[in-house]
Design a protein around this ligand. Structure first.
Ligand SMILES: NC(=O)c1ccc[n+]([C@@H]2O[C@H](COP(=O)([O-])OP(=O)(O)OC[C@H]3O[C@@H](n4cnc5c(N)ncnc54)[C@H](O)[C@@H]3O)[C@@H](O)[C@H]2O)c1
Ligand SMILES: [Zn+2]
Length: 350
């Protein structure tokens, strides 16, 4: 079993990464000194598929778990949903030592984490991510929260988990489109800081546990270096300024991972145009996206709309849009001064 240790400003926590890890959750949690009542927050899709072995493992280790199934979907990642959870925690007599355990994708993790950060001013939190995206991205780094009608992730808190349990086996039930969307973030992590991961994806020959390990470690290295998102952590937004704009303009018909895939291709082309990255590297990125059946061609929206969508992005600083651009596979940087003309050239070319 791989145990990846993550340090943060107030301590550290383990990520247990292993096939079958879900069934060892109770034991791991007991080893951390927890006992008694706990709550599993999951949803109506994931609960029926994966809650049973988790409940059994918790009971076996002496816990008294309750299970709360939320409605499935980003549209339910709201304050209303979160508000509905607190009374159920009170009714089940969860106290300040009672862990809240997220079992699900990023949507469940973000809400359960926010509940754990706020119920009784904070209770222990455990992440059990069940999508590829949540494993390699959302479950590590301590960001939690909900959406407002005005925009995504506008309310939230930093909440570090006590532990993260990653069981590659749970990905067996994940729909292929979701898996592929998660692969876009894995490609992103390869470009940011893991050339071997990128190369393994190109070869198409890798072990899933190894892939998760490599991809998670990139996120861990970046968030450890910048836990409160004040500088270097911005590199995780590679492809996202473009990607968010495409997602938004498609009225979210494009999945996040698909937007990111096109965004990675755009960032690479922009980097080559500006002389930061070789044309050959950009070709490698685009070929890999193609091979993984991810999109890489920008949609044909009017440039003004795409530019406006990028400018409304909260990652904007001053009068320029900040771009994270690759220099090579495994090396990216933050560029603040990119002109509108350069971006237009990338998006109009197709
Ligand atoms: N906190 C962070 O740092 C961070 C980072 C990235 C993304 N996010 C958030 O994560 C969310 C997206 O997460 P996501 O892509 O995991 O989406 P998601 O949580 O909506 O999951 C996608 C779909 O897969 C289903 N599902 C999950 N696991 C399954 C499994 N093992 N088998 C079958 N079905 C399964 C879900 O029920 C859902 O229908 C967004 O809200 C985003 O804002 C947060
Ligand atoms: Zn993303």
């Amino acid at each position: 079993m791989a145990i990846i240790n993550v340090s943060h400003p107030t301590g550290s926590y383990p990520i247990y990464l292993e096939s079958g890890a879900l069934a060892n959750t109770g034991q791991h949690l007991a080893q951390l000194g927890y006992r008694g009542r706990c709550a599993i927050v999951t949803n109506q899709t994931v609960g029926p598929l994966h809650a049973e072995p988790l409940l059994a493992s918790l009971r076996e280790a002496g816990f008294e778990p309750i299970r709360l199934d939320l409605l499935d979907g980003e549209q339910f990642k709201t304050l209303e949903t979160v508000a509905g959870l607190y009374p159920r925690l009170v009714a089940a007599k969860l106290d300040r030592r009672s862990p809240v355990i997220a079992l699900g994708g990023g949507v469940v993790g973000d809400m359960a984490g926010f509940v754990a950060a706020s119920y009784l001013r904070g209770v222990p939190f455990v992440q059990i991510p069940t999508t590829l995206l949540a494993m390699v991205d959302a479950s590590v780094g301590g960001k939690t929260g909900v959406d407002l009608p005005q925009g995504k992730n506008l309310v939230g808190a930093f909440k570090q988990p006590e532990m993260v349990v990653m069981d590659p086996d749970v990905l067996g039930t994940l729909p292929e489109v979701e898996f592929r969307a998660g692969l876009a973030e894995v490609v992103k992590h390869g470009i940011i800081d893991a050339p071997a991961l990128f190369a393994a994806l190109e070869q198409g020959d890798y072990d899933l546990t190894w892939l998760l390990d490599e991809a998670v470690r990139v996120k861990v290295r970046v968030v450890q270096a910048d836990p409160f998102e004040q500088g270097r952590r911005a590199v995780l937004n590679l492809g996202h300024t473009f990607g968010h704009a495409f997602e938004q303009l498609s009225r979210f018909e494009l999945r996040h991972g698909e937007g990111v895939a096109i965004g990675l291709a755009c960032a690479a082309r922009l980097a080559t145009r500006l002389g930061h990255c070789s044309g050959a590297t950009t070709e490698r990125i685009i070929s890999l996206l193609d091979q993984l059946q991810l999109p890489f061609t920008p949609p044909a929206y009017p440039f003004a709309d795409m530019w406006a969508a990028m400018f409304s992005d909260k990652k904007r600083q001053g009068n320029t849009v900040r771009f994270i651009l690759p220099r090579a596979i495994g090396d990216v940087d933050i560029f603040n001064e990119v002109t509108e003309a350069d971006v237009r050239a990338i998006l109009d070319k197709k």
